[in-house]
Design a protein around this ligand. Structure first.
Ligand code: NAG
Ligand code: NAG
Ligand code: NAG
Ligand code: NAG
Ligand code: NAG
Ligand code: NAG
Ligand code: NAG
Ligand code: NAG
Length: 404
């Protein structure tokens, strides 16, 4: 079990935390350490989604925020009925016999709150917005529940005029992300009438920064035939490192300020898909146990990535099939029309740069006794996993094939 490693249980006081949930009297409030309640399900879902995406887009960069997708789908289930509702929650990996719906939503409510607190040190903005045609009236229970558990904004938009509607949505998202996410839709996109947008922007501050002066343009080998130039960051530090001879990869673990922790995984040439197939809670557990600190000269491309996905097709592959089709039952959102989801858009943005909290430590003059630092150069396709170490949320799963 992944969680067994981190036995730092936080005993939360009753005051405040559960008071907002007074309307759910059946909740067991005798256990206070709820901050990783959803972690096993969410992490399994995260790897499942990532693997599906990797398989369906070979040779492409991949960049998703699984925990925010889980959240978006869970909130959507509040407006779904019948089979659609069960499908959404089971698709997220929940066994409804074991975990009640109330528990799931409370779990996400709490998770969101913790992540938002972490966000103050991580520079992270995440959220969901639902847009639907202005002719439709939202059911009050849906507005209330989604606002309460997920702080969802549900907005009425005049979808008759898609050019104007798409601009309005873009403005809204831009405003919510402090200008970081712009132009989500273009006028040329196919018009939609019912859209869920899930967005996340993240920029961490390294606990140990990269050396600003040392960033150099270097070769990155995309594949046998393609080479691109990328700005390569450098730091020389005591770093947690592991050479996994079973999976043919090397990895390091770096920390962000706050609870952010990042695994950079460098598979041997041609092994990236093997490593991705093997990603699981057990693998992370094994890696966490095997990492050892030592002097490492680390080279990592300075990248800023941004991707947008319409998750519809992907979710269908994963068994959540009734969002777009005529079996969709969103009668919990509005009763006036039989809604079908037009788009489930996931927009992510991530920046890696050199900056850290402290000044880069001057590289110490090597003493005779000190071991030779190991050199690790991320100059071929690699994997990045960013976790929130407090809630064990999978903030980002990334596959970088071509950083240029
Ligand atoms: C949706 O589910 C509700 C509750 O189960 C049911 O009353 C309604 O008939 C369903 N609507 C459709 C279109 O299937
Ligand atoms: C859900 O949990 C129940 C009780 O633990 C178990 O009997 C059932 O097989 C589980 N269902 C699935 C689909 O795993
Ligand atoms: C959207 O709302 C407008 C009125 O504001 C209405 O004329 C139109 O038929 C609605 N479209 C859909 C798809 O519901
Ligand atoms: C976002 O909208 C609010 C309210 O409309 C406004 O006060 C604020 O200045 C806007 N922020 C940005 C970054 O546009
Ligand atoms: C190598 O990468 C380039 C650029 O992404 C791509 O066009 C090409 O098809 C790839 N070649 C192979 C053999 O995968
Ligand atoms: C990693 O381990 C493998 C197998 O033990 C070995 O062949 C390889 O040289 C090691 N790589 C590094 C960089 O130490
Ligand atoms: C980790 O997250 C928790 C919950 O948001 C917060 O209370 C704690 O201060 C964070 N730890 C650090 C080191 O930032
Ligand atoms: C997670 O946090 C615990 C306690 O704060 C710390 O001991 C551990 O090293 C951290 N793990 C990772 C992977 O950062």
């Amino acid at each position: 079990m992944l969680l067994a490693l981190y036995i730092c249980f936080l005993w939360l006081s009753t005051s405040g935390l559960w008071t907002v949930q007074a309307k759910e009297p059946d909740v067991d409030i005798s256990i206070r350490s709820h901050h990783r309640d959803l972690a096993p399900n969410n992490v399994d879902f995260a790897f499942g989604l990532y693997k599906h995406l990797v398989a369906s887009t070979p040779g492409k960069n991949i960049f998703i925020s699984p925990v925010s997708i889980s959240m978006a789908l869970a909130l959507l289930s509040l407006g779904a009925h019948g089979y659609t509702r069960a499908q959404l929650l089971q698709g997220l990996g929940f066994n409804l016999t074991e975990t009640s719906e109330a528990k799931i939503h409370q779990g996400f409510w709490y998770l969101q709150r913790l992540l938002r607190e972490s966000g103050t040190t991580l520079e992270m903005t995440m959220g969901n917005a639902l847009f639907l045609n202005q002719s439709l009236e939202l059911l009050e229970s849906f507005s209330e529940d989604t606002k309460h558990y997920y702080e969802l904004d549900a907005l009425a938009i005049d979808f008759q005029d898609w050019a104007r509607a798409s601009k309005q949505i873009n403005e809204y998202i831009k405003n919510k992300t402090q200008g970081k996410i712009v132009d989500l839709f273009s006028e040329l996109d196919s018009p939609a009438t019912f859209i869920l947008v899930n967005y996340i922007f993240f920029k961490g501050t390294w606990a140990h920064p990269f050396d600003l002066e040392s960033t150099r343009e270097e070769n990155f080998y995309v594949n046998e035939t393609t080479l691109v130039k990328v700005p390569m960051m450098f730091q020389s530090n005591e770093i947690k490192y592991f050479n996994d001879s079973v999976l043919s990869c090397q990895l390091v673990q770096l920390d962000y300020m706050g609870n952010g922790t990042v695994f950079f995984i460098l598979p041997d040439k041609g092994k990236i898909d093997t490593v991705i197939t093997a990603l699981s809670r057990d693998t992370i557990q094994r890696w966490s146990e095997s990492l050892t600190s030592g002097p490492v000269d680390l080279y990592i491309p300075k990248v800023s990535i941004s991707e947008a996905y319409d998750l519809g097709g992907l979710l269908e592959d994963m068994g959540i099939a009734d969002l777009h089709n005529s079996h969709a039952n969103f009668s919990g959102i509005t009763q006036e029309a039989q809604l079908k989801m037009s788009k489930v858009v996931h927009k992510t943005m991530l920046q890696f740069d050199e900056k850290g909290m402290k000044e880069a430590a001057p590289i110490e003059v090597t003493q005779n006794m000190a071991p030779e630092p190991l050199t690790l150069r991320f100059n071929q396709p690699f994997i990045v996993m960013i976790f929130d170490n407090f809630t064990w949320s999978s903030l980002f799963l990334v596959k970088i094939v071509n950083p240029a």
